[in-house]
Write a protein that binds this ligand. Structure first.
Ligand SMILES: [Mg+2]
Length: 175
């Protein structure tokens, strides 16, 4: 992991995430007709709802284009989805610029080399547990959960707890 710079977690209100290998375990079930199926984790889905309830927003930045990704984004009400991004940093920078978001407000989650420039650009760069070593080396945080197994949920919980937003979110579950 990158050496300990101070991160202001209360300032982070965007999670921008890769899809394959982060929200999924990186496998694709390919049908003979070319259709693709992916496996998403429900704990990530609920985490994203918590994140939004805490005032956060989310965007997806994927190297591949896939109807399954768009369907999952629709379910999770993620409006900003960028697919087919082989060079992710220019797309990320343009998005942040048009939305008026400074990099310090962003957590980026990835698993492979395509994610290295975004991980190094944002305020809180995260690699999932089964990411490639080079990404882990440059990340501010490496999750204990692998991609597709609640890694994004772990990132959300981690940020919300350090931002002091966790306890009020838990009130509705502790009645
Ligand atoms: Mg990936």
């Amino acid at each position: 992991m990158s050496d300990g710079r101070t991160i202001d977690f209360s300032a982070i209100d965007w999670i921008i995430s890769d899809v394959d290998g982060v929200l999924t375990d990186g496998t694709i079930l390919l049908g003979a007709d070319g259709s693709e199926q992916k496996r998403f984790h429900l704990q990530d889905g609920h985490g994203i709802r918590l994140w939004r309830r805490a005032g956060g927003d989310m965007a997806l930045l994927s190297g591949r284009a896939s109807p399954a990704t768009l369907r999952r984004a629709e379910q999770l009400e993620i409006k900003h989805v960028f697919e087919d991004c082989h060079h992710k940093l220019p797309v990320l920078k343009e998005f942040l610029k048009t939305q008026g978001i400074s990099p310090e407000r962003v957590a980026y989650v990835g698993d492979d080399l395509l994610d290295l420039p975004p991980v190094r650009h944002v305020g809180f760069g995260v690699a999932v547990a089964d990411a490639v070593d080079e990404l882990k080396e440059h990340a501010d945080y490496v999750t204990s959960r692998p991609g597709g197994r609640g890694a994004v949920r772990e990132v959300i919980d981690y940020i919300l707890k350090r931002a002091g937003k966790w306890d009020s979110l838990m009130e509705r579950y502790l009645v």
